[in-house]
Design a protein around this ligand. Structure first.
Ligand SMILES: Cc1cc2nc3c(=O)[nH]c(=O)nc-3n(C[C@H](O)[C@H](O)[C@H](O)COP(=O)(O)O)c2cc1C
Length: 385
């Protein structure tokens, strides 16, 4: 019988203290991409909770972000230059200080880099297009630029190693660049990057090469994916294609884990009676761990989620209560804080940026994407024909 309190050993030898994970979550605390004191306070409060803690998505190239950002002192964090290393080193040390293993999520936000558009800088994606849901235009990468971004993922991995993280998570989910390449909705390229699997596989190859060269043997490497991209009037891909991609990724590279980004840990596709977790588990191989996420808000749901997976991630619950994971691991689910008053927002060390995007009605962190995107002036944004 699996228990939340079990220690878990990853394929390359890293051991975590329990089966709970804090999934990557934007803290809106960067100062032009740099880690701030607010970032550090947020992590200090969460340093002794989940066994595995994953940072928010850090952008690997200058044009890779910031996304979901609305001010210079509220940006997404970055890892595209050595100048970010002192802050990231402090962040890694803080995240690990209670015995957790800490990972850096590495990402390129592609078309979603809204703050660059606001500044009048070019925003790139696999294809140039005016996406109706974005208040700015997007340009297509040249072939050389795509090759540079692949290298940027490797350089970001090297910085994660230097900063003292225990591993990296490749962000292949949630409509960001890797998913944009994998999706037939957003990738119509005519060069070799028009093969939907080419970019995710190239990024994985680059990251593994850097890890094998520079990282300790037990460095953790994970990959996060959204199992399906079903848009209001188009389909990017379904689980039939994403399981094939994961099969390819896990056959070619020794991933420690695969992380499914789900709205509900029990979610199922339209055409199967099985949950996504049940569909992906046999594909990834027995030595690679599976992480699932989505609406785990209590001891009961955390324990139930464990029936489907090796590791359970709880996101918003861990924002509301910085010690959510520690409490459910100890069987103290009755002590979990489920609603945040203004006073508790401070006690749980929410960053000022996170406090600004709290939904005041539900008293839960609820990223208001439309508001964060549209609240900016895009008059300087570059138009695309
Ligand atoms: C405030 C906030 C920020 C997020 N930022 C990221 C991110 O940086 N990278 C990522 O892969 N997912 C991000 N997510 C998605 C979460 O990792 C998670 O998948 C989602 O919140 C569902 O889990 P939950 O129901 O436990 O909150 C974010 C979610 C929230 C609420």
């Amino acid at each position: 019988m699996k228990k939340l309190s079990d220690k878990v050993t990853f394929k390359h030898g890293a051991v975590i203290n329990n089966r709970m994970v804090q999934p990557p979550m934007l803290t809106n605390s960067g100062l032009n991409g740099m880690v701030s004191e607010d970032t550090i306070s947020y992590w200090k409060a969460r340093a002794n909770s989940a066994g595995l803690v994953i940072s928010e998505y850090n952008y690997v190239s200058p044009a890779g972000g910031p996304a979901l950002t609305w001010a210079d002192n509220r940006t997404q964090l970055a890892v595209y230059d050595d100048k970010f290393l002192p802050g990231l080193t402090k962040m890694a040390k803080t995240m690990k200080s209670g015995g957790n293993k800490a990972l850096l999520q590495i990402a390129h936000t592609g078309r979603e880099a809204n703050y660059r558009a606001h500044l009048g800088l070019p925003v790139y994606a696999p294809d140039s297009a005016n996406y109706p849901f974005l208040p700015y235009g997007v340009q297509a990468f040249t072939t050389e630029q795509v090759e540079q971004v692949v290298k940027d993922f490797g350089a970001a991995t090297k910085r994660a190693i230097e900063a003292g993280f225990n591993g990296v998570e490749i962000h292949g989910a949630n409509h960001y660049l890797i998913q944009q390449f994998f999706s037939r909705f957003s990738n119509h390229r005519q060069d070799k990057w028009g093969d939907y699997e080419a970019f995710p596989l190239a990024v994985a190859k680059e990251v593994f090469e850097v890890v094998r060269k520079y990282a300790p043997q037990d460095f953790i490497i994970g990959y996060r994916i959204s199992p399906e991209e079903i848009n209001p009037d188009s389909v990017g891909y379904t689980w039939h294609e994403s399981t094939k991609l994961i099969d390819n990724l896990t056959n070619n590279f020794d991933f420690d884990y695969i992380h499914l980004s789900l709205p509900d840990y029990k979610a199922k596709p339209d055409d199967s009676a099985k949950t996504f977790a049940e569909l992906f588990r046999p594909v990834i191989g027995k030595d690679t761990k599976l992480i699932i996420v989505g609406d785990v808000m209590s001891q009961k749901t955390a324990e139930d989620a464990l029936n489907y997976t090796d590791l359970v991630a709880a996101g918003r619950a861990q924002i509301i209560d910085a010690n959510f994971a520690a409490k459910v691991v100890a069987g103290e689910g009755d002590k979990v804080i489920t609603e945040l008053s203004n006073e508790e927002e401070k006690e749980q060390a929410l960053t000022p940026g996170l406090r600004e995007v709290m939904d005041k009605q539900t008293k839960r962190p609820n990223l208001n994407f439309a508001k964060m995107l549209r609240g900016l002036d895009y008059s300087k944004a570059i138009k695309v024909k």
